[in-house]
Design a protein around this ligand. Structure first.
Ligand code: GAR
Length: 209
């Protein structure tokens, strides 16, 4: 299974995916890593792993549509079975999302449908939630609202800060993202409109809206 990974930052989720492939826990290949940020550390991780990596600077495009079209042109050169958003911090157009319908997934640092959008760790603390976590979902035009495939939960302690929560959540992310990609590679996941099936059975928590 061919994967293209889109990043904007550190790329620790990319690294987890690469490590699972390297240790043969995941039967897939990352054919390209694309970032909208030139100095994203994830591009160096890709370079070190010998993977084609590209910087497409969103600031050089006059509109979201033009940027997304450039992204599509780069991604489609690699003919991926799956496009993985791993800390890609751009809102995608409905045209982009439609182009990759059913083969575009995202990881979000909260227990969706709670805390869509940014600053999730601080918002969890501000709301006094006892639990936090990460969600992997199919991407639909509804921002952070596509049907959830898998979540990981962490307990929020009174001593936690946004930084410690981010660390705890990321440790879980590094386990669940490779797991979901493995399911996808085994054709066990299907997007049906606003719900997801695993092994043919609809998952209990789906569309977030
Ligand atoms: C991850 O925690 C991911 O959940 C989050 O960005 C981080 C990227 O870390 N994604 C979002 O906030 C998407 N809205 P990484 O670059 O080390 O993988």
């Amino acid at each position: 299974m061919k994967i293209v990974v889109l990043i904007s930052g550190s790329g620790s989720n990319l690294q987890a995916i690469l490590d699972h492939i390297e240790s043969r826990k995941l039967n897939a290949s990352v054919n390209a890593v694309i970032s909208n940020i030139g100095d994203a550390y994830g591009l160096q991780r890709a370079q070190q792993a010998g993977i084609l990596n590209r910087w497409i600077d969103h600031k050089k495009y006059s509109s979201r549509e033009h940027f997304d079209q450039a992204l599509i042109e780069e991604i489609d050169q690699h003919n991926p079975d799956l496009v993985v958003l791993a800390g890609f911090m751009r809102i995608l157009t409905t045209g982009f999302v439609a182009h990759y319908q059913g083969r575009l997934i995202n990881i979000h640092p909260s227990l969706l449908p709670r805390f869509r959008g940014l600053n999730t760790h601080q918002r969890v603390l501000d709301e006094g939630d006892a639990e936090h976590g990460a969600s992997i979902h199919f991407v639909t035009p509804d921002l952070d609202g596509g049907p959830v495939i898998l979540q990981a939960r962490v307990k929020v302690q009174s001593t936690d800060s946004a930084e410690t929560l981010a660390q705890k959540v990321q440790l879980e992310e590094h386990k669940i993202y490779p797991q979901v990609i493995e399911w996808f590679s085994e054709n066990r996941l299907t997007l049906n409109g606003s719900s997801v099936s695993l092994n043919g059975a609809e998952l209990p928590y789906s569309g977030c809206s």
